[in-house]
Design a protein around this ligand. Structure first.
Ligand SMILES: Cc1cc2nc3c(=O)[nH]c(=O)nc-3n(C[C@H](O)[C@H](O)[C@H](O)COP(=O)(O)OP(=O)(O)OC[C@H]3O[C@@H](n4cnc5c(N)ncnc54)[C@H](O)[C@@H]3O)c2cc1C
Length: 515
């Protein structure tokens, strides 16, 4: 489709960008994806694979042809015996879990965007969630993927099926990867050569490849039994410095979630306690006594540092504790233009023992550049989300955001972190990857890209930066934003405000009597 209104409806994803594509294709099955890829290869047309469009760093938008994989690819079967699910690329996390639940099973990593995030998008970004502290990101739960490759070949790549014939590491490059990759608990920052080196599995190159190596059409998931008992607590601290001790201690108790809400976020959350930071900790166990015992250990062990405690001994009680976290994102999405929430430094991850330093540096950088921030996220993984809240009605805001981006990049490099714990590199962070990995590993990334996509038809500018990379070009806000019809811009903003990413995007282009 090349209709201008349809193209406008696909010009934005979550995150900061607006780029109007040349065309949009909505394939219904794998054969149509093959035809598209073959056409793209013959005409050197860029293809941008896309699921719900909820990804943050701009991997789901771009010039070229968007392949909207969220319409077909909806088959879903659960095999309770082998504890697995086979799901088409458009199936959401919530749908996988709804189908698995009657068998007492689930897909453990739990992205907050699970209601709309698609299997294709989750695999492509190596998505994660609060439970990742115990269960890892989705990578660990992927038994195999079906992909359409750059020459139109359809292939199923299974875990433990070997490294494939496209890309290999030598002893020398293996050593380079081991020495250069930051040692964080989570990462969605570039091709996972560290995981590939460990497992020898080609699937580890495809997971987290952000639509740059192949189009994912189907995913085979491993499922896990749902633990029967749960208990948890919210723990408030008067001083941020307390998390240096509290987080490693709580991690040692094997929580199934350990989330941080910093005061910079709490002030936007209705009825939040007034503390410097709040940790939400959750324990899933085989018995109620074990779950409650873990909460007791958590509270007793940190008693000397706590300013506020609330505990819950069942799922209903825990849901109430999580409410404070759930209310935060919608509150941020609805802020006025004088505090527009922008996701530009939103996904940094550091070694867990450096989390306190990272949050302190983030607060200082925000003050230095006059841009408020809201900090929250996955403390147990050393990974926090940071929404920058610049006043975009004031001159100079864009330069200030750029300085903040550069400063936070410096901080992350200095702390041995990565620029993305779960959202991916996209266009936003492609140009800083080399600072984290060095020139030689970046060259290995280029070799991976060439091996799978020699004509660069898949998502150019994502992971491997464009030669004119500039992270704050093509923003959806401010004077330079690409022109699209006002009614579509309003609908896209509503999608963002209400997290309505499951909306079929052609609906945003529909004409009404007023338009
Ligand atoms: C409110 C909100 C909360 C969020 N919370 C979380 C969270 O808790 N954890 C988390 O990990 N993320 C979170 N995200 C980010 C986002 O939801 C995830 O990155 C998600 O996995 C993206 O899925 P999607 O279907 O929207 O993919 P898209 O945004 O459409 O695409 C994301 C990337 O995947 C590629 N891609 C998509 N489909 C395919 C395919 N079939 N084949 C090949 N490549 C493909 C795209 O090219 C792009 O690079 C959140 C986003 C929002 C808006």
């Amino acid at each position: 489709m090349t209709d201008p209104r349809i193209r406008a409806a696909y010009a934005e994803g979550a995150g900061v960008y607006r780029i109007v594509p040349d065309a949009v294709a909505i394939p219904r099955d794998t054969a149509e994806v093959v035809a598209l890829v073959q056409h793209a290869a013959a005409t050197r047309t860029a293809l941008i694979p896309r699921g719900a469009g909820s990804g943050m760093p701009g991997g789901n938008i771009g010039r070229g042809v968007i392949i909207d994989m969220s319409a077909g690819f909806s088959a879903l079967t659960v095999d309770a015996h082998s504890r697995s699910a086979r799901a088409g690329a458009s199936v959401t996390w919530a749908e996988v879990n709804a189908a698995a639940k009657p068998y007492g099973l689930r897909l453990p990593p739990d992205p907050s965007s699970g209601l709309f995030a698609t299997c294709g998008g989750m695999v492509a970004t190596n998505a994660a969630g609060p439970r990742t502290v115990r269960y890892g990101s989705v990578r660990k739960w992927i038994a195999g993927v079906e992909v359409v490759e750059a020459d139109g070949t359809v292939r199923t790549v299974m875990r433990e099926a070997g490294s494939g014939k496209r890309f290999a590491l030598t002893p020398d490059t293996r050593h380079r990867v081991a020495s250069r990759f930051p040692k964080t608990r989570k990462s969605s920052s570039g091709y996972a050569l560290d995981r590939f080196a460990e497992s020898g599995d080609e699937v580890d190159l495809l997971v987290g490849s952000e639509g740059t190596l192949a189009v994912i059409t189907e995913v085979l998931w491993r499922l896990d039994p749902i633990p029967p008992h749960i208990a948890g607590a919210t723990l408030g601290f008067a001083d941020l410095a307390a998390i240096a001790e509290a987080v490693p201690y709580l991690v040692s108790l094997q929580p199934t979630a350990l989330e941080l809400l910093d005061e910079t976020l709490l002030k936007f959350t209705p009825d939040a306690p007034s503390v410097a930071c709040l940790l939400i900790v959750e324990f899933e166990r085989e018995t109620a006594a074990a779950a409650r015992g873990a909460v007791g250990d958590a509270v007793r062990g940190l008693k000397h540092a706590l300013a506020q405690v609330e505990t819950a001994v069942d799922r209903a009680g825990l849901d109430k504790l999580w409410q404070v976290r759930r209310l935060a994102s919608p509150a941020l999405a609805r802020l006025p233009l004088s505090q527009r929430s922008l996701q530009v430094i939103e996904d940094g991850c550091v070694p867990v023992e450096r989390l306190g330093e990272y949050v302190t540096c983030l607060r200082a950088a925000a003050t230095r550049h006059g841009i408020p921030v809201a900090i929250f996220g996955h403390a147990g993984d050393g990974h926090v989300h940071v929404n920058a809240l610049p006043d975009i009605t004031r001159p100079g805001w864009r330069d200030a955001v750029r300085r903040l981006f550069d400063d936070v990049t410096d901080v992350l490099v200095g702390l041995g972190g990565v620029p993305s714990g779960e959202h991916g590199v996209g266009r936003l962070r492609a140009g800083v990857l080399e600072r984290f990995y060095g020139r030689e590993v970046m060259e290995l990334f280029r070799n991976v890209k060439r091996a799978y996509d020699p004509l660069t038809i898949f998502n150019p500018g994502v992971i491997i930066p464009a030669t004119d990379w500039s992270p704050l070009d093509a923003l959806k806000v401010g004077d330079g934003a690409a022109a699209i019809p006002d009614d579509i811009a309003t609908r896209l903003r509503d999608v963002e405000r209400n997290a309505a990413w499951a909306t079929p995007k052609p609906e945003l282009a529909r004409q009404t009597p007023e338009t």
